[in-house]
Design a binder for this molecule. Sequence first.
Ligand SMILES: Cc1cc2nc3c(=O)[nH]c(=O)nc-3n(C[C@H](O)[C@H](O)[C@H](O)COP(=O)(O)OP(=O)(O)OC[C@H]3O[C@@H](n4cnc5c(N)ncnc54)[C@H](O)[C@@H]3O)c2cc1C
Length: 395
Amino acid sequence: MNRELGRVDFQINEELKLIVDTAKQACEPFDDAYWRGVDSQKRYPSEFVEQMSKYGFLSMSIPASYGGGGTGVTESSVVIEEIAKTGCDGGALRAQIYLTAAFNKIANQGQKEKYLPLIARGELRFQTFAVTEARAGTETTNIATFAEKNGDDYTINGQKMWISRVMESDLMLLLARTKKLGEVKKRTLGMTLFLVDLKKALKEGTVKAKPIDMMINHSANELLIENLSVPEENVVGEVDRGFYHVLSVMNSERIINSSDTMGSTRYLLSKAIDYAKMRVVFGRQIGQNQGIQFPLASAYAKLEAASALRFKAAWLYDNDLECGKEANILKYLTSEIGVEASNAAMTTMGGMGMAVEGGIERKFREMRLHIIAPVSNNLALSYIATKVLDLPRSY
Ligand SMILES: Cc1cc2nc3c(=O)[nH]c(=O)nc-3n(C[C@H](O)[C@H](O)[C@H](O)COP(=O)(O)OP(=O)(O)OC[C@H]3O[C@@H](n4cnc5c(N)ncnc54)[C@H](O)[C@@H]3O)c2cc1C
């Protein structure tokens, strides 16, 4: 992909084509039957994650000098889209891709040298990012989890909500307050990011996880954090400026997650198109009816526009340029298009859309998540309204 400033080039080069083909091959054993199985058992798709790790997709965003694939968010986003397009659930692996991309920007040299090679070799999984709290929710500056300095260590106490892949990760990037709200000039100050040895904390009981039962197969948990000790050397970025570092993580998260959503949308559209050509009602293919074809065409048209925006957002991110506007617009659009395409696919499939066997109802449920996480669409719109259009804030 051409990253020269001022030039636009959407051509995917031979190297990336090869990576994409390899990704498709690696996904072949994980067909609809496999995903139906893990979905009905509500279990983590560990075989799939192992396979993706073996092929290097979990470490593709890690620089080659640390043993990773050395791709930018641009290339990683294309690969995650292809993985989701096969029907696989990118939710199980996308976090390590955006977390390592952001860690590489925020962490100091010593931290990168210590952790990135281990993550690249698959010896450590870095799949957990803990920000949300029950009482803070969307209002991140309201978090109450507190890290108190004791000599060379921090002692952390608090709770987190909706934290994904806790049991499947070795490391957790955690946001905690290091100054109380009353002690800071701005609400966005006084928060710090910590890299937590999650496996050790779970073993010692300083982090306790309670899985949340929900409408999709996604490993999310409520966390209780009690006297968790984290060495000062595990502070990621600047003390008290964690909120600003989180924004960088969130931009890579938005681009990677949106690409995953786009892949799932393509999967839904392709299933619906195949069915629309095959199913005959009133003596003709249902796909001949504009009531069936227009919703599919409409979702496809919007998807292609969002895909172009994805390349812009990813290109800005990879060139260390501000991309908050593009990442938020992309997140908003792709999640809305995903739901639109799920509805269109459901309509196309008629009763078959509801059957578990078809694979559509699973994606239909999964697509709903993207409206609310990693940031709710209302908040993405609020960002566009206030930060881009300069309208007054609602809160
Ligand atoms: C399956 C799943 C996995 C998740 N994984 C993680 C994770 O790994 N790590 C993590 O940190 N978090 C995670 N989250 C949390 C997710 O980021 C939050 O759910 C999301 O940010 C919304 O927060 P909330 O649920 O507390 O909603 P609330 O903040 O309670 O908001 C509820 C509703 O009110 C709306 N609202 C609130 N204020 C306004 C306003 N001013 N204007 C307009 N509308 C408003 C919101 O948009 C939302 O629709 C996950 C969530 C889910 C469901």
